[in-house]
Design a protein around this ligand. Structure first.
Ligand code: VGL
Ligand code: ZN
Length: 209
């Protein structure tokens, strides 16, 4: 089956220095997906990236809550929020895309996590589903019907971006070898894939494409 057509888009989620080994919220083997994604990019007409882009007073940072450490929970925007190390702060190298990631053909970059009051894993909506980045309307405006999701991290931003894409009516696929998980719990990546499959998201590898 030929999966990619002119109404297909590749969504490259948060391939930023802070999510790469050596970064502030490093994802194991996160660097290994960069060459896979660069290869994939050649196959798509529409390349769109998301960028985690926090102000330094962001409420998801443990450092902004007295006596709290990463991995602990607080309430934020009425939701249970896991606390993260300071990461992807606007204007820092950590927020920049991996230097080897080819950005030359990208159509658009959607930034998220800019509201300090709420976290935003998905490239479409914040976690409270109030703020909308405009990604959904943008994809529809350029005729995209099918999206392929890759990037970091599988168990957070990739998963929630794929789930929202599916809920907005896009035919949605995960490219499983072009993503890696944070795995705060060792099974989180596998569970994320199972959750996506359960709602009808197709699981592919780059070899299938
Ligand atoms: C992400 C945790 C916090 C991600 C972003 O890109 O998956 N994870 N902020
Ligand atoms: Zn973040």
């Amino acid at each position: 089956m030929k999966w990619i057509n002119d109404s297909s888009a590749l969504l490259i989620v948060d391939v930023q220095n802070d999510f790469i080994p050596g970064g502030e919220l490093a994802v194991r083997e996160g660097d290994q997906i960069v060459s896979v994604i660069n290869e994939l990019q050649n196959k798509f007409k529409h390349l769109i990236a998301t960028q985690d882009f926090h102000p330094d007073d962001h409420g998801s940072f443990a450092a902004n809550h007295p006596n709290r450490k990463p991995g602990e929970f607080v309430e934020l925007a009425g939701l249970t929020q896991i606390l993260w190390p300071v990461h992807c702060v606007q204007g820092t190298i950590g927020a920049s895309f991996h230097p080897d990631l080819n950005q030359s053909q990208w159509k658009a970059i959607f930034q998220k996590g800019k509201n300090p009051e709420v976290d935003s894993y998905s490239g479409f909506f914040d976690n409270a589903r109030r703020g909308d980045t405009g990604l959904g309307d943008y994809l529809k405006s350029i005729g995209v019907e099918r999206v392929f999701v890759c990037g970091l991290a599988l168990d957070y931003c990739v998963k929630f971006t794929a789930l929202d894409a599916k809920s907005l009516g896009f035919e949605t696929f995960l490219i499983a070898d072009a993503t890696r998980a944070v795995n705060l719990n060792p099974d989180d990546g596998e569970l994320a894939i199972a959750e996506m499959e359960a709602v009808g998201i197709g699981i592919l590898t780059s070899k299938d494409l």
